[in-house]
Design a protein around this ligand. Structure first.
Ligand code: GLN
Length: 488
């Protein structure tokens, strides 16, 4: 049962082959037996109460496609009943007085919450090693990182501890862990998913999305989690759409842009082999490959690592020891309390970003760094528009690797923040442009260590082209079985 997709689980529930309570129990037992450190908070009673309510809805024929289906939430979405820590000591015992909009939407759909998932502190990181609560292990090879910041989400789905999970992506945090754990994830167009109750990292980049086994399941989850929210000032007012509407369209004639900058010197040979094989598979499905250029790709790293810390330094100023979270035990006066509480509550990477962010926003440096980064951000977005939009557009979707390498060893880059930043090269530009992007499993690296290490294919589309991305991914998943492979 734990191997089934959401779509299949939903059918089992509707046909009364299994109850929501039985299903929740099965996954809670799997979570209890796991040693991956993927979950931070599990509360059996709360979960089973939700399952019972779902069973009532199912019995009363008041059920939707997700009613009774268990999912888990990244611990960056606030929840009224489960603690919410954002992977930080700062919020160790924090219980939110309200549910995030995304959580509300899933509750309304009748999903059953299995618990809260580990992540890098305030979603800053690409290996999950920045969590105050310890790293998550990659279920494929427990000596490897799962990716980050949504490492708990990707690992939980890969290990079949949850059929699906919510996640967030600021510069790659849905796509990269999905890639490194061999599962499917999509970051929709910026503004599609409400950020209300999603603990803020970099507000102009943060975007929620799902991680699941298949593209079809991601579509079902997007149907539930997107939509206008007046409590989020950047939420987009658009009619509700069915993201699964195009899944079965043929890929005959699809033009796939292959950016030459995504296949340069930094790309590991084993990742390139798997990605090129996936591109060849798409050709078999009727698509044609077009070489394109996204010349500003390299600049996405310095631009992102100016803008994201700038916004973070502002967002994280709310953690002052007064209103939220950790407060130091001893202090002389108010300023001393701020200093000590923040020094104790935040980890090294978060402090590093607050320092960088405050610096680039400061008088005299604002123009040189922050403003300059904003201008280049615009040029990065224009690169994509030249390829994907207008009468002379070159392609319908763009494909390439998600991560330049397979998952690295736990501990390998912990002392080298810049090495972590460089690994974000293929995901940052999509985020800076606000475009939708996804990762689907497409193979494994060469040179097995203590287990195989998965490779993900990135699919990027123009604004609001999620249904097409899911169509493209679904057709690939109908023709291949990478997404069905499971860790030992
Ligand atoms: N790895 C990137 C960072 O550290 C992206 C994180 C994210 O998308 N939340 O900021």
């Amino acid at each position: 049962m734990h191997k089934l997709t959401l779509k299949e689980l939903s059918a089992q529930l509707q046909a009364r082959k299994i109850s929501a309570t039985e299903l929740a129990t099965l996954f809670l037992d799997r979570i209890a037996a796991s040693d991956l450190n993927a979950f931070l908070h599990v509360d059996r009673d709360l979960t089973l109460a939700q399952a019972k309510a779902a069973d009532v809805r199912l019995a009363g024929n008041d059920a939707g496609p997700l009613t009774g289906v268990p999912i888990a939430h990244k611990d960056i979405f606030v929840t009224r009943n489960w603690r919410t820590t954002a992977g930080s000591r700062m919020l160790q015992d924090y219980v939110s007085p309200f549910d995030a909009t995304v959580v509300e939407q899933f509750n309304a759909a009748g999903t059953v919450t299995l618990g809260k998932l580990n992540c890098d502190e305030f979603a800053m990181g690409s290996s999950n090693e920045n969590s105050f609560y310890g790293a998550v292990k990659n279920p494929w090879d427990k000596t490897a990182i799962p990716g980050g910041s949504s490492g708990g989400s990707a690992a939980a789905v890969a290990a079949r501890l949850a059929p699906a999970a919510t996640a967030t992506d600021t510069g790659g945090s849905i796509r990269q862990p999905a890639s490194l754990c061999g599962v499917t994830g999509i970051k929709p167009t910026y503004g599609s998913v409400s950020r209300y109750g999603m603990i803020a990292f970099a507000s102009s980049l943060d975007q929620g999305g799902p991680i699941a086994k298949t593209a079809e399941d991601c579509g079902l989850l997007l149907n539930a989690m997107t939509g206008f929210d007046e409590r989020d000032s950047t939420s987009l007012q658009r009619p509700k759409e069915d993201f699964t509407r195009s899944l079965n369209q043929s890929l005959q004639g699809l033009r796939i842009g292959v950016p030459k900058e995504f296949f340069g010197a930094g790309l590991a040979a084993d990742v390139e082999v798997a990605v090129r094989a996936a591109l060849a598979e798409f050709e078999k499905l009727g698509a044609t490959l077009v070489e394109i250029s996204l010349p500003k790709t390299e600049l996405s790293i310095p631009v992102y690592y100016v803008i994201a810390p700038a916004e973070a330094s502002s967002n994280l100023s709310r953690f002052d020891g007064v209103r939220y979270g950790h407060r130091a035990a001893d202090y002389k006066d108010l300023a001393d309390m701020y200093k000590k509480s923040r020094a104790e509550g935040f980890g090294d990477e978060v402090k590093r970003r607050i320092l960088v962010g405050s610096y680039v926003l400061s008088h005299g440096y604002y123009d040189a760094y922050y403003l300059q980064a904003q201008k280049i951000r615009r040029l990065i977005a224009e690169d994509f528009q030249r390829a994907l939009a207008g009468e002379n557009r070159q392609c319908d979707v763009i494909m390439g690797p998600v991560s330049p390498t397979v998952a690295w060893d736990l501990g390998d880059k912990t002392d080298d923040p810049v090495a972590n930043y460089l690994a974000d090269i293929f995901t940052l530009s999509t985020s800076l442009a606000g475009l939708p992007g996804m990762s689907i499993p497409c193979g494994f690296g060469q040179g097995e260590k203590n287990g195989k290490r998965p490779v993900g294919l990135q699919i990027i589309g123009n604004y609001f082209d999620e249904a097409r991305l899911l169509n493209v991914a679904h057709q690939f998943q109908q023709a291949t079985d990478w997404h069905l492979r499971e860790p030992a």
